[in-house]
Each structure stands twice: as C-alpha cells, then as structure tokens.
Design a protein around this ligand. Structure first.
Ligand SMILES: NC(=O)c1ccc[n+]([C@@H]2O[C@H](COP(=O)([O-])OP(=O)(O)OC[C@H]3O[C@@H](n4cnc5c(N)ncnc54)[C@H](O)[C@@H]3O)[C@@H](O)[C@H]2O)c1
Length: 436
C-alpha cells in the first residue's frame, strides 16, 4: 500500500521506516528541514535501537523517502498523523496547534476513499472534530493510537501487543478498519488483538493506559515515602506484592519516577480535558500521581544533600544518566536531568554522563558539565548518583572500580537499580529510594 506519515519524530520516523520494512511504499513528511535531510540520507535524527537499520534498508529498497513537501502525500491510501501534542506553555492541556496545522495542510491533497489515521495522543473529542473537516474531502478519519515504548519502538511498531482503531459508524468505518488491517497485515496475521471502537474510546484507550502506568509508578513511590519514615524496604515490598498476579511486578520500580515526552504531559492533558467535560473529579487522583512523581526528584536531590551533612556546595557530584529512561536519548521532562539541575542549583559541581543523551542534554542545560566517558566522569567525584538505569551503570559498573576513580564514597541510587550489598562491600555509603 502507499502510505504517508506526517510528523517524523520519535513516533513518526519509526512508523514510516517500520511500515516500509513490512513492504509498504512510504513517504515521511515533516516541517523540520534538518530532520528530513537527515532521514532522507538514512540517518536517524535520534537514538532508537534498530531504527538506523530499517531506515537504510527502506531507503535502499526505494520504498521509503522523506520530504518537507506536503503535496507528496497525494496518492497515498493511508495518511498517518504523528505530530507532537506537547503540554501547552501556560496550562495543563495539550497544545493542538500541530495536529490542526498538519490536518489543514493535508486536506487539499486528500482523495475520496483515502484513510487518515491519527496516531498522536489527543484529548478525547479531537477525532470527532477533525472528522468534520476530513469527511468533506470524501476521505475517512480513523483514530489509531500508538503504544510504542521508546527504546523498543521498532519492535513495538512492527509487532505491537494490540492495535486499536477508532472508526466512524457504519460501512465507512468498517471499510476503514479493513484498510488498517491491511496496513498492519503481519501483526494481524499472527493474531494480534485488533480492537475496533468509536473515536472517543480509541482516544481514551491511550490516555487511560498512560494514566494507569503513571499511577502504578506513583503508587510504589508513595509506598517508598512511607518506607522512608518506617525503615521498611520498598523493593522487597514491591517484590512481595508483585507476586500477586493481579498486581504484577512491572512498573513497580520505586525511584525518581517517570518522565519523557508522554506520561507527564498525557496525565496533565487528561486532567485538563476531564475538567472541560465537567468530570474533573473522576481523574483528580492524577494530580496526586503527578505530585508524588515530582516529589521523588526533590527527594533524590535531598538524599545527596543529606549525605554531605546538608551542604553540597562545591562538592563534585557525578550524575550517571540524562535520558528519561535507558535505551533512549530523549530528555523531554527527564527526571534525571531535573535532579542534576537541582544539585547544580544547590551549588554542587555537577558532571553528567550518559551513553546517548549528552547532546540533547547539553543543548537544553548548557550550565552543566558533560563528560561522555563514564569513567572520566567518575574521576574525582565526591559523590555519585544514578538517575537513569542504563546497563552501563546498573550491571557493568563494578563498585570497586568506581571506588578507584572517585574521591568520595557516597552513592545515591535514584533508580534502586544497584546491588546495594556489593556497593557497601566496596566501601560505599549507599542510599536508595525508600530502602534502608
Ligand atoms: N514518543 C513516544 O514514545 C510516543 C508514543 C506514543 C504516542 N506518542 C504521541 O505521538 C505524538 C508525537 O510524539 P513524538 O514523541 O514523535 O514527538 P516529536 O516531537 O518527536 O515529533 C513530532 C514531529 O512532528 C513534526 N511536526 C510538527 N508540526 C508538523 C506539521 N504541521 N506537519 C508535519 N510535521 C509536523 C515536528 O517537526 C516533529 O518532528 C505525540 O502526540 C505523542 O504523545 C509518542
């Protein structure tokens, strides 16, 4: 099939390349000239495992190309919309400027029978509004939320755990759902659940899933706060409750909490939308989820300060991690960088290292010191804090080796990902999040 993918960021670039990898003829379109120039040369403009390979393969096959010219969308059977929906600058709601602009610029090129598939995460009610405009061209709008995880985005796009299609009522909707089944043919053929809903349900599935995941993380972080005042160990608690199949251990890692370009802004946008709908109280708990999450960043910085008897002024603190999570270079709303910036604000000399995210981090926070090499970053440190659980720190950093580089022996485990016993045995004073 012929596909266009509008918006080639973390979602769209992967979607375009992944769709080409399963045999479609794809044009990726973005307003960002630098991003398109890089993609057109087969170079991924961000770090995502597996993306460089499918980009190169797609371009070499002739099935994948990139452009800034929206007119090139003309002739595609399905047009995916994957532009950003960030938090508004002056509020909690989603900024819909980019989605509206993308749809406006696509409309002149739509033909009767085309399918427009929204993938961006949007406030419930968006699709119904956009459909009024799209339908005038004879095209059909579907909402096809995306559940990919950065770091696993290629696999999640080609082989998702479920597909959701919000469609209009009647034959038009059924036909559009069939078109999407054809797009995702390998996943559909292997029996991946394909759930057809109305627009509102499809939009809500996405924000509900993210609200649930954020709540699960904040739940265990709330338990960490209680553990801190009682001497309990939140990691043992998580293990123990996680054995209950109804609860499950995943997303029960206490630490400095969630961040990134999705969870924080999605729960805020959900609250804002619920309030507009007169149901603010239904998701009022998400405000608390957000507040717990932000408190944990503060707590991690506080642990470092406490480790230095209340004063980190002119202490050399090495921050291991900058990305909001491992396997990504994404620093949007990164808890790791938040902690680094807080420590810098308290007068510490902060050195940040990360395997992939230093370029992005340095652009956003030029005031911090960045060192690419992990060991170099550790040299002379008075204290160390782990804020992104990359394998380079979690598994591969030997505490005795770290001790041979650092000057001090303070380690704060912001992700509860280190072997506390091994670090203590190597002479470190170990501080975890919600564990003694
Ligand atoms: N990143 C993820 O893991 C993920 C997962 C699921 C859903 N989503 C959702 O997908 C959407 C995109 O997220 P992202 O992380 O890819 O954002 P991003 O900022 O990386 O990418 C958005 C892209 O859209 C482009 N764009 C903006 N206006 C445009 C226009 N009018 N025409 C063409 N291109 C335009 C931007 O230049 C940018 O390259 C968001 O709604 C997000 O919530 C993201």
């Amino acid at each position: 099939m012929r596909l266009s993918v509008i918006g080639c960021g973390y979602l769209g670039a992967v979607h375009a390349a992944a769709m080409a990898s399963i045999g479609h003829d794809v044009v990726g379109i973005d307003v960002d000239e630098r991003k398109i120039a890089s993609l057109a040369q087969g170079e991924a403009p961000f770090f995502e495992p597996g993306l460089p390979e499918i980009l190169a393969e797609g371009i070499a096959s002739g099935r994948l190309r990139f452009t800034t010219d929206m007119a090139e969308a003309q002739g595609a059977d399905v047009h995916f919309i994957g532009v950003g929906t960030p938090q508004q600058k002056d509020g909690y709601a989603a900024d819909m400027t980019y989605v509206n602009a993308a749809v406006d610029s696509l409309i002149p090129y739509l033909r009767p029978g085309d399918v427009v598939a929204g993938k961006s995460t949007v406030p419930v009610g968006t699709a119904a509004g956009l459909a009024e405009r799209v339908t005038l061209t004879g095209a059909t709008l579907v909402w096809n939320p995306e559940f990919l995880r950065e770091g696993f985005a290629v696999k999640d796009t080609v082989d998702p755990d479920r597909l959701v299609a919000g469609v209009p009522e009647g034959e038009e909707g059924e036909r559009a759902a069939d078109v999407l089944r054809e797009v995702y043919h390998p996943a559909v053929a292997k029996g991946t659940p394909f759930i057809v809903t109305d627009y509102a349900t499809a939009e809500l599935v996405k924000v509900a899933a993210n609200a649930f995941l954020a709540t699960k993380i904040s739940f265990i972080n709330a338990m960490a706060e209680i553990a801190e005042v009682t001497g309990a160990d939140v990691t043992q608690l998580a293990d123990a409750i996680g054995h209950d199949a109804r609860i499950g251990r995943r997303f029960l890692g206490a630490g400095i909490g969630f961040g990134g370009g999705c969870l924080p802004k999605d729960i805020r946008a959900f609250s804002a939308r619920a309030e507009e709908l007169g149901r603010g109280e239904s998701v009022a708990f998400l405000r608390e989820v957000d507040a717990i999450n932000l408190r944990r960043r503060e707590r991690a910085a506080q642990l470092v300060v406490e480790a230095f008897d209340g004063n980190v002024f002119k202490k050399n603190i090495t921050v291991l991690g900058a990305a909001f999570k491992p396997h990504s270079d994404d620093i949007r709303d990164s808890p790791a960088l938040d902690v680094a910036v807080r420590l810098h604000g308290l007068g510490a000399w902060v050195t940040v290292t990360d395997p992939e995210a230093l370029g992005n981090a340095a652009r956003m926070h030029p005031q911090l010191n960045y060192v690419a090499d992990r060991d170099e970053a550790l040299r002379g440190a008075d204290g160390v804090i782990v804020v992104t659980e990359w394998d380079e720190y979690r598994r591969e950093l030997d505490p005795a080796h770290a001790a041979s580089l650092a000057t001090g022996r303070v380690v704060v485990d912001g992700r509860n990902c280190l072997d506390a016993t091994a670090w203590r045995a190597a002479g470190w004073t170990y501080y975890g999040m919600g564990r003694p």
